[in-house]
Design a protein around this ligand. Structure first.
Ligand SMILES: O=P(O)(O)O[C@@H]1C[C@H](O)[C@@H](CO)O1
Ligand SMILES: Nc1nc2[nH]cnc2c(=O)[nH]1
Length: 378
């Protein structure tokens, strides 16, 4: 991708020619859902070559929360800029690196910094790393962000476990999923009412109690606005009327893409500032405060995330159900056909390994997603 395209925002339709290689080859498909399966595969292959680890769990680190990735040991660090087709991160507090390593002994992949709509990237591009991670084998994801606390009972430094969201962009037609559909990324039409995994939320609340921080852990409804400006008082009053508890500029698009490809999602916001909803208040939101709050809470968050990942990795907590909505009879997520004998062996759980002669690791993961095989505890 040329720097010019990045500077002007890749959504700029004047740059269509430069983008033609990354879309579906349809000249006039402006409302594209972005990179083809093959390009995502190229990116994941590049990353796969760099590390022997095959994490099932990913962590996206929000503004100022990159230090969550610093406790990952034996890590391989890959700059976004070296990955083919991967755009750079341009925001302070977002290093723009993938970190693959061990978090308290558990293989994880962390995004140290994310991509935002306000950087000029369309939502499909902002959420594209989730698809890359899916092809790398990720099945469970922890998504974190910095957000303003709109619920008047919230305090700066609180952790808000996201139980639901209002997809403000999606409601008006700006979704990472619009455009040409490829079933290999998941179904076109899928439900969202079980998006924020209730089991993981319960685990997180129990961990908060064990850590003695339950007073500062909330559960609420998140909204993503476009940014980069913070909100007016009238906008915040409007959002509060809608039942919103936290306001941010990310997360929702990543969650959508993660759910479409059947990942189990745990997401939380660090409340980095209290939203100003009264005209006679002198406080003003600013990014320095956001980063400062994140820094102050980093040790607590490192422990919180470590404990959550440890729980998510347990066999009983890592079973993934395919998201409902696949086109009946379509199994084209499985790239290479396997024969009936091999399928029988898989069904009986007789896969001794991920030997390519029986099925590739990718195929096994896909079949797990499709519910054709169950994960074995052995
Ligand atoms: O990347 P996240 O969503 O954590 O960062 C939030 C939204 C903006 O990028 C920034 C505003 O201060 O913080
Ligand atoms: N939109 C928005 N994003 C944030 N990220 C951190 N704080 C805020 C906020 O107050 N509003």
């Amino acid at each position: 991708m040329s720097n010019h395209a990045l500077e002007n925002g890749v959504a700029n339709i004047k740059k269509e020619e430069e983008l033609s290689d990354m879309r579906h080859g349809e000249k006039f498909s402006f409302l594209s859902s972005g990179y083809s399966f093959e390009i995502i595969e190229q990116m994941s292959n590049y990353i796969r070559e760099k590390s022997q680890l095959r994490p099932r769990i990913a962590v996206i680190c929000g503004s100022g929360l990159g230090s969550l990735a610093d406790i990952i040991l034996d890590s391989t660090v890959i700059s976004y800029e070296e990955i083919p087709h991967f755009p750079p991160s341009t925001v302070p507090g977002h290093a723009g690196e993938l970190v693959i390593g061990l978090l308290d002994g558990i293989p994880v992949i962390a995004m140290k910094g994310r991509l935002h709509l306000y950087e000029g990237y369309p939502l499909w591009l902002c959420s594209m790393p989730v698809r890359v991670m899916k092809l790398l084998g990720v099945r469970q994801i922890v998504i974190t962000c910095a957000a303003g606390g709109l619920n008047p009972s919230y305090k700066t430094g609180d952790i808000m476990i996201i139980k639901d969201h209002v997809n403000l962009q999606g409601l008006i037609g700006n979704s990472p999923l619009v455009g040409k559909h490829d079933e290999r990324f998941g179904p076109r039409f899928f439900p969202m009412n079980k998006t924020y995994d209730s089991h993981y939320r319960e685990i997180a609340k129990r961990i908060a109690t064990d850590m003695g921080i339950s007073d500062s852990v909330r559960e609420g409804v998140h909204v993503m606005v476009g940014g980069p400006n913070y909100e007016t008082i009238a906008e915040l009053q409007f959002l509060r009327l809608m039942g919103i508890d936290s306001v941010g500029m990310s997360t929702v698009h990543e969650v959508l893409v993660a759910r479409q490809c059947s990942m189990r999602v745990f997401a939380f916001c660090l409340i980095t500032n209290e939203c100003v909803t009264e005209y006679d208040c002198n406080l003003e939101a600013n990014h320095e405060e956001v980063l400062q709050t994140a820094e102050q809470r980093q040790e607590t968050l490192k422990l919180f995330v470590t404990k959550i990942v440890a729980e998510m990795a347990k066999p009983e907590n890592s079973i993934v159900q395919p998201i409902p909505g696949r086109t009946p009879g379509r199994t084209n997520i499985v790239k290479h056909q396997i024969n009936a004998g091999e399928l029988r062996a898989l069904r009986k759980g007789r896969i001794a390994s991920t030997k390519p002669t029986v099925a590739t690791e990718q195929e096994v993961n896909n079949m797990l997603d499709l519910g054709i095989i169950e994960p074995s505890s052995g």
